[in-house]
Design a protein around this ligand. Structure first.
Ligand SMILES: [Zn+2]
Length: 259
């Protein structure tokens, strides 16, 4: 029966179909350069671990040393996740925030499977981790793992511009939305989508039209970009848009890699 509710529903379905098509186009272009997906060990991802980095690291000459099986190594200016599946199975990973309804929804098997099938494994796991945790994040570019409430060190010590950028409110917002930890890392993630600086720190609906057009423009991704371009786009989609798209991908068995 026609009515405002049905109209809203139709619009929502239309929007979802459009987004699904856009993601499909982006994912297909990425998949040409991406490695074949590896089976996601969802059992690992579901495990709850007590995060207690202070107790679980050993100090060696002032440098923290992480258990080698954790996939974490001390590099550059701090610990980095070098093996995402191993990290998720380690005690350093923060458990999903099941008391947060949105995080709990992202923690479902359907959502994880949809991400796994449509993105390279590593970037799928990072997107899943960042959306299913309230405050814990992994930066998709430099792979440092952190809590959004804690200040982060600049990548280049003594670089005053980077320190200024880190203090910009847009940086905090970007960390919350996507997990990208700095403007420097945003630049690396958006390398294949030039001119998208206006998207920094913003969810998709808040991005100005000019930047949005650039973000939506289909470009050939750089070799070995490992899905970062798709991450740039879909990681800033609002939950009410992204969740149904991923759910419908799961329901319809859409798998971009097999196309
Ligand atoms: Zn980073």
């Amino acid at each position: 029966m026609p009515g405002p509710t049905n109209g809203r529903k139709r619009n929502q379905n239309k929007r979802q179909k459009k987004l699904l098509k856009e993601i499909a186009a982006l994912s297909q272009s990425v998949s040409q350069n991406a490695p074949a997906p590896v089976e996601l060990d969802t059992a690992h991802a579901d495990q709850s671990h007590e995060q207690d980095n202070a107790d679980s690291t050993l100090e060696q000459g002032g440098e923290p040393v992480f258990e080698s099986s954790s996939g974490v190594e001390s590099r550059w200016n701090g610990p980095r996740v070098m093996d995402i599946p191993a990290f998720l199975d380690s005690k350093y990973a923060t458990p999903p925030s099941l008391d947060d309804p949105i995080c709990a929804e992202y923690n479902s098997r359907a959502i994880k499977e949809a991400l796994r099938k449509n993105l390279p494994l590593e970037i799928a796991l990072i997107l899943w981790y960042n959306r299913s945790r309230a405050k814990a994040r992994i930066c998709p570019s430099c792979h440092r793992f952190y809590n959004i409430d804690e200040p982060l060190a600049a990548h280049v010590q003594g670089n005053t511009q980077e320190v200024e950028d880190m203090e910009d409110p847009r940086n905090q917002s970007e960390k919350e939305i996507t997990g990208i930890c700095s403007l420097l890392c945003f630049g690396i993630v958006s390398y294949s989508w030039p001119g998208c600086i206006g998207a920094w720190g913003k969810r998709y609906p808040d991005i100005d039209e000019r930047t949005r057009a650039k973000l939506n423009k289909r470009v050939e991704p750089e070799p070995n970009e490992e899905g970062l371009g798709v991450f740039l786009r879909i990681s800033r989609m609002a939950d009410e848009d992204l969740l149904p798209v991923l759910q419908s991908m799961y329901d319809s068995g859409v798998n971009m890699y097999s196309n």
